[in-house]
Design a protein around this ligand. Sequence first.
Ligand code: FES
Ligand SMILES: [Fe+2]
Length: 406
Amino acid sequence: MTQEKVVAPAPELTLVEPYSSYQEVNTGSESAVIHLDDYRQPGLPGEAYTSAQHLEQERQAIFSRYWVCVGLASDLPHPGDVYPTDVAGMPIVLVRDRAGQLGAFHNICSHRGLQLVEQPCHVQAHLRCPYHSWTYKLDGSLKNTPHFGGYYKDSYEGFDRDKRGLQPIRCDQWLDLIFVNLSGDAPPLAEYLQPVRDRWSMYDLSLLRHEPREVSLQCNANWKLAVENFSESYHLSWVHPALNSCSRMEDHFAFEVGDVHVGQGSLLYKSGEIEGRSLPCLPDLAAHQKATVAEYITVFPNLMLGVHPDYFLAFTVNPLSPTQTQERLAFYFMGDEAMTPENQALRNLPIDLWRDTNDEDIAMIERLQAGRNSPRFDGGCFSPELEQPVYRFQQMVARAIGELPP
Ligand code: FES
Ligand SMILES: [Fe+2]
C-alpha cells in the first residue's frame, strides 16, 4: 500500500494584486479581499461565481489561454465527421479530414458570421453555410462563394478567397481527449500534461476503450464549484454516505501534480462485482502498489480525470453562464474484453455510481451557488489538511485573471 505524502500546507503561490478590486464589489470589509497567504484565509469572493463580467474575464484569461478539453476523439471517429461545441460560450467546430487528421476552427462562416455547423454530422468533403451557400474544405479553406460578385459571378476583383477561410484553432489530443488553445501560444499540450503523464506512467492507458454510455447534465452553479467539489474529499462522509462506506474520507490522500494541476486519491478502491465476476483491470497494479488505489487529477481549468484499476473517468465542465454549467462524464474500460455485451452490467456499476454520486454533489454545489449571492459571503476558508486542492485551483483562477491587462 502506498503511503502518499500529503501536500504541505505552506502555499507556493502568492495571490496577485488585481483581486483587490473585489474590495469594491464584495462586502467592503478588508477580510473580503483575497490575500490567500494561508489556507485559512478567504477564497474567491461571491462575485467570482455570479457576475457576467467575471465570466468574461475567465473567457479571456483562462478559457482562451490554457489548453481546454472540448471533446473526445470518439465524438468524431471517422473521416468527414464534424462536431460543433463551444469553449465557455465561444463556438468552435472539430473536424476530422479525409486523411483522418483532427482540426478545430472557430465555428463561424467568414461571410457574415453565421454559426456554420449546428449539429454533429458527417460530410463528404465540404462544409456548406446554409445562409448564402459558401462552402469550405475540411482544411478550412474557402472553396465556393456563389454569386458573391453579382449574379453568376462568384468573385470580384480584389476579393481574396485565401483570406476568408475558416479561422483555425490550435488543437491537440491526449488519449481520447481533444484540447484546444484559442490563443495559440500556450506551451505544447504534452508539456502541459507532463506532470499528469508522469504521475500515471505506470498505467498502460493504451488499454482504454471508450464506453458509449455517458452522463451528461446541466446544473445551476458556476463551473468552478463543480471543479472545486471534485477536488476535495472532505465532504464525502456527509454527502455520499454510500460511497463513504466503501471508501472512507480518511482513506483519501492528496498529492502534487506539478504546480498547476492538483491530485487526490483513495487507498481502498474495490472493483464492482456481479455474481463473482468483475471487469478486467490494468496490468501490473500490484507491483506498483496500485491494486486498490484510485487517483483523481484536476487538470486546470476544466478537466477532471480518475484512474481506477478497472476504469478511467474523464469529467469535463463548460460554463453556459455565470450560474449554469454543462457537465459531461465519459468512461473508459480496460481492453477489448471489458467491452463485450456480457460485461455491460458490470460497466454500468461505476457509471451508475458516478451518476448518483454526482447528483448528490450537484445538490450541494447548487447551494454553494445560492450562498454566493449573500452580501456576507467573505470567500470562506480552507482546511489546511483537506482542501489544499481547492485553494490551489482558486489561486490559479485568481492568478490567471490577474495577468489580464487592466
Ligand atoms: S453567412 Fe455564410 S454564406 Fe453568408
Ligand atoms: Fe462529491
